[in-house]
Ligand binder design. Structure first.
Ligand SMILES: Cc1cc2nc3c(=O)[nH]c(=O)nc-3n(C[C@H](O)[C@H](O)[C@H](O)COP(=O)(O)OP(=O)(O)OC[C@H]3O[C@@H](n4cnc5c(N)ncnc54)[C@H](O)[C@@H]3O)c2cc1C
Length: 420
């Protein structure tokens, strides 16, 4: 089918996903504007671990995870916390989350994710090249480290899933790990390095650079909150916002964890939750790993950033409105000091900074990418959960395919909004 160009497209939400979609659409000759009430890149895309992990095919809900949950919830340093007052609101989601973790389903989800995440660096490359932001993206791999052979064995299902999808990991013993990453604690005795993975040393800087390039090329950023859509005989005519209506032939919903009401306004009842995550950063750290490193047990990541050392991770289920619980960020510091013993035992407060962000999560860890139920003029691109930075570039390409009326380059049926 011939590609259609020259449409007026409004991309709602200027996080990594929205900005990648806007950039790909602009490259195809469409007239594109971004709509966001906040500064582009200040949502979840601001403070994440920055990993572009092509290997991230492992859904959050998987066989065995449900059994681990009670232990995690009891452990104050554990990777998961739940505000009990939020439990009634999240129950339907949790029910679907548990059901999504069956072995067969998880294999299918991993297969669906691999082409989305696997293309991360190749899909990002043309955008960063155009934007002159290549210095913000690196390919040094991603290192997963374990304190015992048993804890690596507990992750066996995840590694099998990765291998089944073509991911290769080089295994290191204790001595080899020390040579590879001398800053690491000697408590770590096993490690796997996935060389195809990359990272950005400044997630916010990267989104900002892509967005600035988009504006230099004639794109517009409208500071407004989208409220819904104006349709005429099933065709989109405008995006309704708190600053009035914005005329558009097509719209893309890339509003991350805040996407539910916009999809609902078009009759799509998606199961979307926020998995709140935290980071803690140390400016001028005493030691800095060279490779982004994930602690296999603690489920947090240490990433070398341009502005300091970032520990990021943990999942807190508490909805979009509860205030942050900064103890969750402080826990990352305790764990980080154990991972990198060369760090000081105390840091002056002005060297530390904390952040909380909303991962847009679905029960089956698959994003929502595709047409709305009501009109083909509105395209969804949200719900990327733990891998939104990684999958944003390829999502941008897919959105451009859908806007052009082309068959998407990968199978997007598993990402349908109508699956819930
Ligand atoms: C601690 C932590 C670590 C992470 N680490 C990684 C990692 O290493 N690698 C990885 O791939 N992913 C990681 N993630 C996940 C990743 O950050 C997210 O999946 C990704 O940033 C989502 O991008 P987005 O553009 O969909 O959403 P966001 O960046 O949240 O952007 C959504 C935008 O929509 C705007 N918006 C909301 N409502 C409206 C409205 N009604 N109208 C207009 N605009 C609106 C918001 O203002 C916001 O700017 C991590 C997340 C966390 C929390």
């Amino acid at each position: 089918m011939a590609a259609e160009s020259g449409k007026r497209v409004g991309v709602i939400g200027a996080g990594m996903v929205g900005v990648c979609a806007a950039s790909y659409l602009q490259r195809e000759g469409h007239s594109v504007f971004l709509v966001d009430p906040n500064t582009p890149g200040e949502g979840a895309s601001f403070g994440n671990a920055g990993a572009f992990n092509a290997s991230s095919v492992t859904p959050v809900s998987s066989p065995g995870v449900v059994k681990k949950v009670p232990g995690w919830l009891r452990d104050p340093l554990g990777p998961l916390s739940l505000r009990w007052s939020y439990l009634p609101s999240i129950l339907p989601y949790l029910w679907r989350f548990v059901r999504a973790g069956g072995e067969e389903k998880v294999h299918a989800q991993a297969r669906a994710l691999r082409p989305l995440v696997g293309a991360t660096l190749s899909a990002l490359q043309p955008l960063v090249k155009d934007a002159g932001a290549e210095h913000l993206v690196h390919q040094r791999g991603h290192l997963y480290v374990y304190r015992s052979a048993e804890s690596l064995a507990k992750d066996g299902f995840a590694w099998a899933l990765r291998r089944e999808n073509g991911v290769e990991g080089d295994e290191f013993d204790a001595d080899e790990l020390r040579q590879l990453e001398p800053t690491l604690s000697r408590d770590y005795v096993r490690g796997l390095l996935v060389r195809e993975n990359g990272h950005t040393s400044n997630p916010f800087g990267l989104v900002s650079a892509l967005c600035e390039h988009f504006v230099r090329n004639g794109g517009a950023v409208v500071r407004a909150e989208a409220l819904g859509f104006r349709l005429d005989s099933g065709r989109l005519t405008a995006i309704r916002t708190d600053a009035g209506e914005l005329a558009a032939d097509m719209a893309v919903v890339a509003t991350g964890a805040w996407s539910k009401p916009l999809a609902a306004s078009l009759g799509d009842k998606v199961l979307l939750e926020t998995e709140r995550g935290y980071h803690l950063m140390i400016r001028d750290p005493e030691v800095m790993p060279n490779i982004p490193t994930a602690d296999g047990d603690g489920k947090f990541v240490a990433t070398p950033m341009d502005t300091g050392l970032r520990f990021a991770g943990t999942v807190e289920l508490a909805g979009l409105h509860a205030p942050p619980d900064w103890r969750r960020a402080r826990i990352l510091l305790q764990q980080g000091r154990k991972m990198l013993p060369g760090l000081a035992a105390h840091h002056a407060e002005d060297r530390l900074s904390v952040w909380m962000g909303h991962r847009p999560a679905t029960p089956d860890s698959l994003p929502v990418i595709g047409h709305s139920r009501t009109t083909r003029d509105v395209i969804y691109a949200f719900g990327h959960g733990h891998v939104g930075m990684t999958s944003a570039p390829m999502t941008g390409r897919l959105v451009a395919d859908l806007v052009a009326g082309r068959k998407p380059s990968i199978d997007i049926a598993p990402f349908s909004a109508q699956r819930f």
